[in-house]
Design a protein around this ligand. Structure first.
Ligand SMILES: [Zn+2]
Length: 208
């Protein structure tokens, strides 16, 4: 596969507890100012891990997520997925997500029922959707979208399989390698849609 070498610039999807948490919390008290602060950080489109490793959480919650979850790109089968969760992105960052290559314009679909938390744009992630799953314990993040589905707005309810956008290369994705960057994080407070403890989507999707 050439994907690995084609995606060296995909450095945005990083997670850094030590950097991002102070950025978000130290000098800001509102979401808006926190977002502004974030944009200047190196973790601007990540779901920032706030603990060094995922905190223990109920197997039941994870099993429910696993049961609900579908592959978020139309026409992609589990055998085509690659586990790039632990790959390095840059010198001191880890991917904490999977990349799902697909032709530009391929529908990106909601991987679980839930709701839109935030439509967000960053230099690195491009057009992004942050969404909550139905349990509101997990945040799902979709990045590098070519565009959003019409009428998609913050707070909108999502049905599993609903088209939310299309595969693209916005942000820092290589222009010749359209792909969906897909991340999942466990959250203690989904109003903080940019924070969570990363969960590997590959392990949840590999047997779908
Ligand atoms: Zn990625």
């Amino acid at each position: 596969m050439k994907e690995k070498s084609d995606l060296p610039a995909d450095t945005s999807h990083s997670v850094s507890a030590s950097v991002s948490l102070p950025n978000v919390l130290s000098s800001t008290s509102s979401v808006d100012s926190a977002v502004a602060q974030r944009t200047d950080s190196t973790t601007e489109n990540s779901l920032s891990v706030v603990t060094p490793s995922p905190a223990p959480f109920s197997d039941a919650a994870l099993e429910t997520l696993r049961d609900e979850l579908i592959i978020p790109v139309t026409g992609v089968f589990s055998r085509e997925l690659r586990d790039t969760f632990t790959e390095a992105r840059g010198s001191n960052r880890v991917h904490d997500a999977i990349d799902i290559p697909a032709p530009r314009g391929t529908p990106v679909i909601a991987a679980t029922p839930g709701r839109v938390l935030k439509l967000f744009t960053s230099k690195a992630g491009g057009l992004m959707v942050y969404a909550a799953d139905s349990s509101e314990r997990f945040i799902l993040m979709y990045a590098h979208l070519d565009g959003y589905a019409p009428d998609l707005i913050d707070g909108a309810p999502l049905k599993r399989g609903q088209t939310i956008g299309s595969v693209g290369t916005t942000g820092n994705a290589p222009p010749n390698v359209p792909h969906l960057h897909f991340a999942i994080a466990r959250s203690a407070d989904i109003s903080k849609w940019w924070q969570g403890a990363a969960v590997n989507p590959y392990t949840l999707l590999k047997n779908k």
